[in-house]
Design a protein around this ligand. Structure first.
Ligand SMILES: Cc1cc2nc3c(=O)[nH]c(=O)nc-3n(C[C@H](O)[C@H](O)[C@H](O)COP(=O)(O)OP(=O)(O)OC[C@H]3O[C@@H](n4cnc5c(N)ncnc54)[C@H](O)[C@@H]3O)c2cc1C
Length: 331
């Protein structure tokens, strides 16, 4: 059986690998010249945080996300499994209680326990939450690893090629175009996210740290060698322009609250992109004839793509499903 995958973001590459591992002949197309800032996936933090995400998402995100962590560990051994630390400044401790009420699989930490997890945060926060089962990865390295694994299975990626599902060859077509698929999924919208890559020569963290705040919670994801991804705004805006001064003031100000040593950090990169989201902010796998759409990954692309790829492959390969609609949240 031949499958065409359109889109080489995290949804397309995980779907392609899942299909190739099941023995299908797969070809991937992407309109970009290569992996890079033309896809939303390039800008992600790389947090695999199913239980933290339950603070602002439905339980299905936690359930599907928990399934994906092992997939990443097996396919991308550089996945780091040290959990997530969540803290709040003294004036926002109520936020930490609220976060705990909406999430699960954490343990409360006192000041000493925070310091033993992250020595550089010693004395800065009285209480915290540790989610030990969570993980993180460097999205850019992970995408490159998926491309290598696909090549090893004989899957070609045709960059610089724009394609519409109707024009695609193959028995099955997987539409993983992110926001580029809006023409066939009009309910999709873009949710703008802005981020920065910074490098600190004095602060060391070994796991993602989230700092709660009533208006702009932030996170820092360590990328190694002092580099951190600092994210992210979540704006109901489809503006594609560069990062705004206001957003950077907010993000950098909050980072400074997390640790004043970040005042000396270098800004390596600023980036912004639009997260593909559906009205309920939940992902969707839909099949119509030979076309299977995987979209609406919103702020959970890396977290959910492996589980969605399994659902998509199952939906496509089950001859009884016909033109049914498969919602990821009922899977
Ligand atoms: C700042 C920020 C931080 C984030 N942090 C996290 C995080 O920590 N953890 C997490 O899980 N998620 C995170 N996300 C969300 C995640 O990045 C997205 O959910 C994910 O990237 C969506 O992936 P996708 O493959 O659906 O879309 P994309 O990555 O946009 O890929 C779609 C691809 O399709 C291609 N395409 C479109 N139309 C066509 C066409 N007609 N022909 C050929 N190719 C086409 C595009 O070129 C693109 O490469 C974050 C997002 C942002 C913006």
């Amino acid at each position: 059986m031949r499958a065409t995958v359109i889109g080489a973001g995290v949804a397309g590459l995980t779907t392609a690998l899942t299909l190739a591992e099941r023995g299908l002949a797969v070809e991937v197309f992407d309109r970009n010249a290569g992996l890079g800032p033309g896809s939303c996936s390039w800008h992600a933090g790389g947090m695999l945080a199913p239980w933290c995400e339950m603070a602002s998402s439905e339980a299905v995100v936690g359930r599907l996300g928990a399934q994906s962590i092992d997939w990443w560990r097996e396919r991308f051994p550089a996945t780091v499994s040290k959990g997530t630390l969540v803290v709040a400044p003294g004036r926002d401790l109520a936020e930490l209680d609220r976060f705990a009420q909406r999430t699960e699989r954490y343990r409360w930490l006192n000041e000493t326990e925070i310091a033993s997890l992250e020595p550089d945060l010693a004395g800065r926060f009285r209480k915290g939450l540790h989610f030990p089962g969570e993980a993180h990865l460097d999205p850019r390295l992970a995408l490159a690893e998926l491309v290598e694994r696909l090549a090893a299975l004989g899957v070609a990626i045709r960059f610089d090629t724009e394609l519409e599902p109707a024009a695609a060859r193959g028995d099955l077509v997987f539409d993983c175009r992110g926001l580029g698929g809006r023409i066939d999924m009009p309910a999709l919208r873009g949710v703008r996210g802005e981020m920065a890559l910074i490098r600190s020569r004095s602060l060391s963290l070994s796991r993602p740290v989230r700092l709660l705040h009533p208006r702009l919670p932030i996170y820092l994801v360590p990328r190694g060698e002092g580099v951190f991804m600092l994210g992210a705004t979540m704006l109901e805006s489809e503006a594609r322009g560069p990062v705004s001064v206001r957003s950077m003031l907010d993000l950098l100000g909050a980072a400074f609250t997390l640790h004043p040593a970040l005042g000396e950090a270098e800004i390596l990169e600023l980036g912004a992109d639009l997260r593909p989201a559906l009205p309920d902010n939940l992902p969707r796998v839909e099949r119509t004839g030979r076309v299977v759409r995987v979209n609406g990954l919103f702020r959970h692309g890396f977290l959910l793509a492996p589980a969605l790829a399994q659902i998509a492959a199952g939906a496509a390969l089950d001859p009884h499903l016909g033109t049914e609609l498969i919602h990821a949240n009922s899977a």
